[in-house]
Structures are given as structure tokens and as C-alpha cells.
Write a protein that binds this ligand. Structure first.
Ligand code: TRP
Length: 449
């Protein structure tokens, strides 16, 4: 390929970008309440184990294939096998990945748009622009469409800048801001009355809750979504990684940051919920479980901020800016998947590729907005419940079965001459070959049955 590809300038830049992809709405609105409802620290321990035993090997498969081929997902998977039919399977898997990444972005952008709406609404209301402020947080068609378009515009603007000046630069700016905001918000909330009850719900382990099989499956599903696996986002980021970097190590750092931020979010969300409880805001649903996901973010927390007067405005704004940042560093990684493909396979300029895919995804997203009741849930199910794990299995098969072992070892030896005697080499090939495909297969099978 004659066009010079992008490459992350530094290890930190890569880690922040990959962790930025991983840390998203999933971490902040999913993990904390899931943990609280499912045995607190016991869930946390299980989640950590699953993440390291199963999700980390799958992450490594993507990063290694990406870094080895320095290509987009379609070309990368096509170039691993030596025979014709497997090459077609590689191409097919790669195209499946970029379609799925686009589908995920099409619903993600709608939710992220709501975050932008809430973030703007609080300061506007404080300035007396009440009507617009209300409109921004009220579910209706023009508002959903407009905010989605604004968010897609931001995503396109970053991806237009390319790897170093777009993705890396913005991840380097936004991720520290995200971490600082998260720490500041939780430190404040922890001082409020009721916070301790939240900490207890989060951290006291209740191992009896762990025995249910459904829970393990849920935890694994969220680990996969949280690490952005299956659709080639990590593969493409790996492809921009310099040959000097030790992949097992940076991969582990990315996984640790992702899990660390999910855990940290628990120190904000759960205390905040119990502070809300102490102030009379409903935090449990009719069956006694904690309210979660969209109700938590768009009803419980705003009701809590409402009770806090003027500091509530600052906190609310900071919180929704935090969510918007988390969403943006994730959405750029999704858009990069089809964009890289169009640049490398069809010779488009980054400019054209970004506008073209961005426009197509925004158009599809508008279709979802117009048919919200029927399409929104369906797109989420198809892309995350089936698409992601099925593609994840295929990627593991490519890494474990198709990719020749000697070539794989050579890739690892690029920056670690002793790779052959290392722990990683002794364990990981077995994992991607057998454990990951089989276990992910069981999960998919169970969710279909
Ligand atoms: N991991 C992100 C989150 O937790 C979302 C995300 C980014 C993603 N890229 C992805 C999910 C690719 C699945 C596939 O919100």
C-alpha cells in the first residue's frame, strides 16, 4: 500500500485512545448498578476474572492481528490465511465487522446526543433560557434528530483529523479530563448524607448472588461490550501501533484502565443513588431492584441534582459533559473502522471516506429516530447481542487456528526476543484457540435459545 498510514505517536497516546474507545456509556451507566444488584464486590471479582480470563485474550487477538498486518479489518483478516475459501471468510468477517461497528454507532449517537442535550440544558436553564433548556431534555423527534446530528458532527470532525491529529490528540485531551471529572464528582458525592449506604451496596460482597448462571453470562456480555470487542475497533487501533510496543503489556494496561474507570464510576453512581434515596427520590423499581440504565441517568440523577440548588447545576453539567466525553472517545473508534477500510481498499481520501460514512450512518440513525419504537431496540440486539459475539468468535478462530503459529510468535518477538519462553505465549494461544470460541459460543447459543 503506497499511502502512508497513520501511527500513534506515543504509547500513552495509544493507551488513552484505546482506553477512550473502551470507556464509554457502557462503563458508567451499566457496570455500577449491575454490580450493586448482583452481589456488590462479589460481582466485581467475577467481572474482573472474566475480563482477564476471556475478554483480555480476545482483545489481544484483535490488537495482534491489527499490529501484524497494519491494515483495516477486511484486508487484515483476508491476508492471514493461505487458501482461497478462508480468505473469503476473512473478507466476509471484516465486512461484517464494519457493518456492525456502523450499526452500533447509529444507536450510540442517539444516546450520546441526549447526553449533549442534558449537558447544555443545565447552564441554559441557569441563564434563564428555560424554554430551550426544557426542549433539550424532553424526548421528541426533532430534538432527538438534531442532537444526534450534532454528536455525529463532532465524531466526524475528530476522525477527519486522522490518527495522530484527530484520534490521538483528542483522546489525550479528553481522557484526563474525564478521569479528573469522575474523581472530583465522586469525592464530592461521597461527602453527602446517604453516600455510605451506597458504598455498602457497592462493596459488601454477597456471594450467594453469584451462583446464578445468567449473571455470569451478563457479566461476560458487558465485558465484551465494554472492551469494544468483535467489530474491529481494537484491531484498527492495533494496526496504528508501532512495532516497538509490547502488545501483551499495553493491552493489559488498556484493559486495566477500562475496568478501573468502571470501578471508579461505581464510587460515583451508587453513593449518588443512595444520596438521592435519602432525599426522597425513588431509586428502586417495583420488584425491588435498583433503577438502572436510561432511567438512572435521565430520571434518578437529574432528580438528585434538582435537590441540590445551585451546586446541583454545576454537578449536573459536569456529569453530562463527562458522559458526552466518554461517548465521543468511543464513537470515533467506531467510525474509524469503516473509514480506514474505504481509504485502504477503495483509495478514498480520509476527507471523503469520513464524510461519506458519517453521512450514511447519520442517515440510518435518522431512520431509527423516526421509527424509534420499532428500530432502536432491534438495532441494539442485532449488533451487540448477536453481531459482536459472533464476530468475536471468528476473530479468535482467525488468531488461534488460521494464523500460523510461527508467524504469530515472530510478531511477538518483534519487541520481546524472549517471547517464546514468556507466560503469555504459554497460555494465550490455548485460550484463543479453544476457550474463547467455545465459551463465547455457549453465550450466543444461550441468548438465542
Ligand atoms: N466500549 C464502549 C462503551 O463501553 C462502546 C464501544 C466503542 C463499542 N467501540 C465499540 C462497543 C465497539 C462495541 C463494539 O460504551
Amino acid at each position: 500500500m503506497s499511502n502512508p498510514r497513520g501511527e500513534f505517536r506515543s504509547r500513552l497516546g495509544f493507551i488513552l485512545a484505546a482506553a477512550g474507545s473502551a470507556v464509554g456509556l457502557g462503563n458508567i451507566w451499566g457496570f455500577p448498578t449491575q454490580a450493586a444488584s448482583n452481589g456488590g464486590a462479589a460481582f466485581l471479582i467475577t467481572y474482573l476474572m472474566l475480563a482477564f480470563v476471556l475478554a483480555y485474550p480476545a482483545l489481544m487477538a484483535e490488537l495482534l492481528i491489527g499490529r501484524h498486518t497494519h491494515q483495516n479489518m477486511v484486508t487484515a483478516l483476508e491476508s492471514l490465511p493461505e487458501s482461497g475459501p478462508l480468505r473469503s471468510l476473512g473478507r466476509f468477517t471484516g465486512i461484517g465487522g464494519l457493518v456492525t461497528a456502523s450499526l452500533i454507532l447509529s444507536f450510540y449517537a442517539i444516546v450520546a446526543g441526549w447526553m449533549l442535550g442534558f449537558a447544555a440544558s443545565y447552564p441554559l436553564k441557569a441563564m434563564g433560557v428555560t424554554h430551550t433548556a426544557e426542549w433539550l431534555i424532553t424526548f421528541d423527534l426533532p430534538r432527538n434528530a438534531l442532537l444526534m446530528l450534532v454528536f455525529m458532527g463532532l465524531t466526524i470532525a475528530v476522525v477527519l483529523g486522522g490518527v495522530e491529529d484527530g484520534i490521538e490528540r483528542w483522546s489525550r485531551r479528553l481522557m484526563p479530563l474525564l478521569i479528573a471529572t469522575l474523581i472530583a464528582l465522586s469525592a464530592y458525592v461521597l461527602t453527602l448524607e446517604g453516600a455510605l449506604a451506597g458504598l455498602k451496596a457497592y462493596l459488601l460482597p454477597d456471594f450467594s448472588k453469584l451462583l446464578s448462571r445468567g449473571l455470569l453470562i451478563d457479566a461476560l456480555g458487558s465485558a465484551f461490550f465494554s472492551l469494544s470487542l468483535g467489530v474491529g475497533t481494537m484491531l484498527i487501533y492495533g494496526s496504528y501501533l508501532s512495532d516497538k510496543e509490547n502488545i501483551p503489556r499495553v493491552g493489559a494496561q488498556v484493559a486495566l484502565v477500562d475496568i478501573g474507570i468502571a470501578v471508579l464510576a461505581g464510587f460515583l453512581i451508587l453513593p449518588a443513588m443512595y444520596v438521592a434515596d435519602a432525599r426522597g427520590v425513588a431509586i428502586f423499581n417495583s420488584s425491588g431492584g435498583l433503577l438502572s440504565e436510561d432511567t438512572l441517568i435521565f430520571t434518578v440523577l437529574p432528580a438528585l441534582f434538582e435537590t441540590m440548588g445551585s451546586i446541583g447545576v454545576t454537578l449536573a453539567t459536569a456529569f453530562f459533559v463527562l458522559m458526552s466525553i466518554a461517548a465521543l472517545t468511543s464513537s470515533i473508534s467506531m467510525l474509524e473502522v469503516p473509514v480506514a477500510y474505504l481509504i485502504e481498499r477503495h483509495g478514498l481520501t480520509r476527507h471523503h471516506a469520513t464524510f461519506l460514512t458519517g453521512a450514511c450512518i447519520a442517515a440510518f440513525s435518522s431512520l431509527i429516530v423516526l421509527n424509534f419504537g420499532s428500530l432502536f431496540g432491534w438495532v441494539i440486539t442485532v449488533s451487540t447481542r448477536y453481531g459482536q459475539p459472533l464476530l468475536g468468535i471468528l476473530i479468535c478462530i482467525f488468531a488461534g487456528w488460521v494464523w500460523r503459529r510461527d508467524a504469530l510468535l515472530k510478531e511477538l518477538k518483534k519487541n520481546d526476543p524472549d517471547a517464546a519462553s514468556g507466560l503469555f505465549w504459554r497460555i494465550w494461544p490455548f485460550y484463543v484457540k479453544w476457550l474463547c470460541p467455545v465459551i463465547i459460543g455457549i453465550i450466543v447459543f444461550q441468548s438465542i435459545v
